[in-house]
Each structure stands twice: as structure tokens, then as C-alpha cells.
Design a protein around this ligand. Structure first.
Ligand SMILES: [Zn+2]
Ligand SMILES: [Zn+2]
Length: 165
């Protein structure tokens, strides 16, 4: 009657308490990681709060779900990329060239419009460099430019560069 089963033993109680403690610590650690990661990636405080709650409940499953749903890059990375894009836009805007079809900013070095893929210039048949309409030879590789593009295949030129003939 006094036979102690394993589950009554103090070893079992200690093991159970220790395991429970470690699980709780691990749970809080994952939740805290989600909270920190969400603050770094999510701009909207409400959404970030939702992510933090998701990190807490359901335990362990929440953080895994969060991993699948989180934004791929941090707020800082997005801001840097926006600044880069804006700087490029500004540089192109300074030159004042625009695609005649979509009015997107283009550069004199572009063969096609990157926005709508309209062909802006003829490319050198030998080295692929963009050629101005009046050039008789490619200045980069000395390849003579064919007299004219195939009939009916008139190339669209940026407005400022369009030949006035
Ligand atoms: Zn365009
Ligand atoms: Zn060339």
C-alpha cells in the first residue's frame, strides 16, 4: 500500500517542474523574439501589436505562423530602397527625358523604356550600345549603322532627341 509509484516520487516532481519551467522560458523567448522582429519589420503599430500577440498565443505555433506571414524586409531596408529609387528618379528627371508613350523618366543610354518597354533607340548590331538616330557609325565599336531600320519600323525617340528632318 505504501509502494511508491514512479509518478509520486520526488524525482518525477522535480523533472516535471523543471521541464515545465524550461517550456515556459522557451515560450516567452520565442514570443519576445517575435515582438522584437515585428517591431523591426512592421510600420503599423496595430499590426505589430497583432504580431506580438500571435507570438504569445498559441505557444510555439504562433511564432511559426508569424515566420510565414512576416514582411520579407525591415522598415529600414524598405526606407533605403525607397530613397535609392527616388534618387534615381531625380537623376533621370534632371535630364528631362521622358518616354513618349508612358511619360516615364528615361535616360539617354536607354534602348527601351523600362516602364512600358517601348523601344526608344536602335541598338548597335555589334556591341548593343544605344545609337542616336543621326549616327552613321557606332562610336563605341566603329560598326557602321545600317542606313535605316526596316520600313514601317520607325523607332520612337525621346522627344528632345527626335530628328527634325
Ligand atoms: Zn514608356
Ligand atoms: Zn557598337
Amino acid at each position: 500500500m505504501i509502494a511508491e509509484t514512479f509518478f509520486d516520487s520526488s524525482t518525477w516532481v522535480l523533472t516535471r517542474n523543471l521541464t515545465g519551467f524550461l517550456v515556459v522560458v522557451f515560450w516567452l523567448t520565442t514570443a519576445f523574439w517575435v515582438y522584437k522582429d515585428a517591431r523591426r519589420r512592421i510600420d503599423d503599430p496595430w499590426l505589430a501589436g497583432m504580431a506580438a500577440v500571435l507570438g504569445l498565443v498559441p505557444p510555439f505555433v504562433g511564432p511559426i505562423v508569424y515566420l510565414f506571414l512576416r514582411p520579407p524586409d525591415s522598415i529600414e531596408e524598405r526606407r533605403d530602397r525607397d530613397l535609392d529609387n527616388r534618387a534615381l528618379e531625380d537623376r533621370l528627371a534632371e535630364r528631362g527625358l521622358r518616354c513618349p508613350v508612358c511619360r516615364g523618366h528615361v535616360d539617354t543610354s536607354y534602348v527601351v523604356c523600362p516602364v512600358c518597354s517601348t523601344r526608344l533607340k536602335q541598338a548597335c548590331g555589334s556591341c548593343g550600345a544605344p545609337l542616336e538616330a543621326i549616327w552613321q557609325a557606332c562610336p563605341y565599336c566603329a560598326e557602321p549603322v545600317p542606313a535605316a531600320a526596316a520600313p514601317g519600323e520607325e523607332l520612337l525617340q525621346p522627344l528632345r532627341n527626335r530628328p527634325t528632318t
